[in-house]
Each structure stands twice: as C-alpha cells, then as structure tokens.
Design a protein. Structure first.
Length: 115
C-alpha cells in the first residue's frame, strides 16, 4: 500500500513540475514538443512509469484488502501531495489549505471501517 501511495505522489509531483517548466516556455502544440524534448522526455517517461506502477500496486492491494479499508489509507496521499507541492515545487500552501486537507483526511478515516 505504501509503495502505491509513494509512486502516485511522486508521479504527480514530477508531472506538475514538468508542466510548470514547459508552460513557462511555450503554449499549445509547442508545449507538447517541448515536453517531448530529450531532457524532458526521460523525466516524463519516469513519471509515467511511476503512475502506472502506482496503479498496478493499487490493484494488487485491492486483491488483498477490502476497498473500504484500503481507500481511506490510500487517500492519505492528499496530505503527501500538499506537503511535497509546497516543498518540491515551491507552491504556497496556506494554513487554510492545510486545515482543509487535514479535515478531508480525517473525514475519510472516520468513514473507514473499524478493525
């Protein structure tokens, strides 16, 4: 489960960083060409592989766990995405956004089954 979450979070951060980088240089089809340039193509491929790996690991988790148990744990990724978007991408995450993220996470956990 943890590997699935880490793959999903890291792929999202990498994809966002690439899109921010390309958007500052070009728009439209030119942005797609920039994304497929040599330096970015490798990073885009790694991000895509991590995204697919995260999905496959999630499917594997679902074969072993009940969805009602696995999903609240998987939703903890919202907290990690907020954390890494602030630290890795330099995005501004206000206290209000942090509070909302934590409340969503607590709500998901509260809805989860008791074991």
């Amino acid at each position: 489960m943890i590997a699935s979450i880490l793959c999903a979070v890291s792929s999202q951060i990498m994809i966002k960083a690439l899109l921010d980088e390309v958007q500052s240089v070009a728009e439209g089809w030119q942005a797609v060409q920039e994304l497929l340039s040599d330096g970015r193509l490798l990073r885009a491929t790694v991000a895509g592989v991590l995204l697919v790996a995260g999905f496959l690991l999630w499917i594997l988790c679902l074969t072993k766990l009940e969805l009602s148990y696995a999903y609240p744990i998987a939703c903890s990724s919202v907290l990690l995405v907020a954390f890494f978007s602030a630290h890795a991408l330099g995005e501004a995450v206000s206290p209000r956004v942090w509070l909302g993220t934590v409340l969503i996470l607590l709500g998901i956990v509260a809805l989860g089954p008791t074991r």
